[in-house]
Design a protein around this ligand. Structure first.
Ligand code: COA
Length: 165
């Protein structure tokens, strides 16, 4: 009997840095898809703390247990163009608080207008990560607060190194 799973999806984002919230979304999407491409957007509008290479390294270390089912990439330009070049037709996004909805709604619809064959699937963020964001993590870490509850250990260490007095 043929597999009913969709083989491939993309989880795009800035991942500056990856948090437990992102990891939860990525791992849960592996229950639906055979393979996930986690792609870092090179977004010139966001001032990043970690370089693209640093973010890639942090991502790779976060998924060592499932490395055969997740691959990593980076892209510039339109997400739908990247999806087309990789032959991916499903975008995975996490939804946190209500505030995410309008932005995600706009993105999903705009992407669909550009390419109707590409769909977006939303997973509800785990309640423990409902208010976690990379910016908030960086703000707390910059002020030497403890963020170990919200990020994997290697990300916590990378943040501590970045903000070492
Ligand atoms: N847990 C914790 N935090 C989460 C989260 C989760 N499950 N899901 C999202 N976030 C946070 C991120 O940490 C990030 O926080 P920050 O703003 O403080 O850094 C924030 O939510 C949103 O970031 P992210 O998910 O990385 O998305 P983004 O808004 O940076 O980028 C893209 C979204 C990549 C999908 C979009 O910018 C894109 O498609 N860019 C390519 C250009 C393009 O095609 N543009 C046209 C779009 S129609």
């Amino acid at each position: 009997m043929p597999s009913t799973k969709k083989p491939l999806a993309i989880y795009p984002g800035t991942f500056d840095p990856i948090t437990n919230g992102h990891i939860d979304i990525a791992l849960r999407s592996l229950n639906i898809f055979d393979h996930l491409v986690i792609a870092i957007v090179n977004n010139p509008n966001k001032q990043a703390l970690f370089s693209i290479q640093e973010r890639l390294d942090l991502l790779q270390n976060s998924f060592a247990d499932v490395h055969d089912r997740i691959s990593f990439d980076t892209f510039d330009g339109l997400l739908v163009d990247f999806c087309r070049t990789k032959n991916i037709s499903c975008i995975v996004r996490g939804l946190r608080a209500v505030a995410d909805f309008e932005y995600e709604f706009q993105l999903a619809h705009m992407n669909k207008r550009i390419d109707p064959k590409i769909d977006t699937m939303f997973l509800m963020t785990d309640e423990r990560n409902f208010y976690v964001s990379s910016s908030l993590i960086k703000e707390v870490a910059a002020l030497h607060g403890d963020v170990e509850e919200f990020v994997p250990d290697h990300v916590n260490q990378a943040l501590v190194r970045k903000f070492k007095p």
